[in-house]
Design a protein around this ligand. Structure first.
Ligand code: MG
Length: 243
């Protein structure tokens, strides 16, 4: 019996790729006008800063997503004042958050599942501060019971400790937890190894109707997921009524 549903945030509850494109463009223009760096050089510097941040932090922690550190390193490499780092960080995230809209059916999905009495949470790789800002912007925070970030766990998905904390906060056995995400290795395989029920969110190439393939439920829309889960719960209730 399903008791909790846990969602990835980026590219699951909203389209990160689309919002990132807008934010990165704003950053590229800032670099050009304020730092005098052309877009191609900025892209290369950005990649180099990412690599250095990964190497310095060890890679398996939320700090690899920390854009303040990333822009600080970029500016250090460029030999420009670090006073630009917090400005760039705020420019990136505020632009991205302004551009973010919930995935089709996300709001309905969470509302329906909540009404059905399920516990709802998010399980996300990232620092907590900006993930909360995204959830507030998307109007999803009031519908959630708990949040797990890789910052709190000090481990990224698909790590076992990450999914263990998700299960603890869900307050039920792993087999009663559904985990929904777009990333096959991080979300789907991670949840599977933890004994949860994985759902692969595939908005661009998934099947029209929810489809169960080798124990993994594939969905194209989040409201079709809630319909499917509610029908499972309904079927279970009917079984209980009969017995
Ligand atoms: Mg994702």
């Amino acid at each position: 019996m399903i008791q909790a549903v846990i969602f990835d945030i980026d590219n699951t509850l909203y389209d990160y790729d689309a919002a990132h494109a807008v934010a990165f463009q704003a950053l590229t223009e800032y670099a050009q006008h304020t730092l005098g760096v052309d877009p191609e050089t900025f892209e290369a510097l950005h990649q180099r800063a990412n690599q250095l941040l990964q190497a310095r932090t060890g890679g398996d922690c939320a700090a690899i997503h920390n854009r303040l550190l990333r822009y600080q390193i970029l500016l250090e490499e460029l030999g420009q004042p670090i006073l630009h780092a917090p400005v760039m960080e705020r420019l990136y995230w505020n632009t991205l958050i302004d551009a973010a809209v919930p995935s089709p059916g996300a709001l309905v999905c969470l509302e329906q599942l909540r009404q059905a009495g399920l516990r709802l949470g998010v399980g996300t790789d990232m620092t907590a501060d900006w993930q909360y800002a995204k959830l507030e912007r998307l109007n999803l925070l009031p519908l959630l019971d708990f949040v797990v970030t890789s910052e709190e766990v000090t481990q990224e998905k698909p790590g076992a400790r990450f999914f263990q904390l998700c299960r603890e906060k869900a307050g039920c056995p792993a087999s009663a937890c559904v985990f929904v995400g777009d990333n096959r290795s991080k979300d789907v395989e991670g949840a599977k190894r933890a004994g949860m029920r994985p759902v692969w969110y595939r908005p661009h190439s998934g099947p029209d109707a929810p489809l169960l393939v080798d124990g993994v439920l594939e969905v194209r829309r989040l409201d079709s997921l809630s319909d499917y889960l509610l029908s499972l719960l309904g079927a279970n209730h009917e079984k209980e009524d009969v017995s």
